[in-house]
Design a protein around this ligand. Sequence first.
Ligand code: RB5
Length: 145
Amino acid sequence: MKIVLGSDHAGFSLKETIKEHLSSQGWEVIDCGTDSEESVDYPDFGEKVARAICDGICEKGILVCGTGIGISIAANKLPGIRAAVCHDLFTAQASREHNDANILAMGARVLAPSLAMEMVDTWLATPFSGGRNQRRIDKIAALEK
Ligand code: RB5
């Protein structure tokens, strides 16, 4: 029940809402920032969250920027990170079932906060399906070598 969150300035407000939402459900939240709407660079926060997962501090994380795109590209540069930009409940669910995503990335300029909260709940509740999808994840891991 521990999760790591991060955002840039565009995602700050939605990250704060997600933090309250998860804390109220009993999650221990590690917040890597940012701490305000002052302009920052999204790769710095993608890296912090990805490193917390690489270092084994948390199994899963959530990243928010304007679109979810830049911050996920940055996070995906670290080994073992599978950050998925999701846009709806279907992609949130599929990113766990098929891709074993360990980071949910979302766009605060794309999603209504209420949908984002439903996506967070769906994403956290959905297990990886394994089987043929494990073979595919193994092939992604092999690309890192
Ligand atoms: C910041 O203006 C914006 O570029 C960033 O939040 C994100 O959308 C990048 O992918």
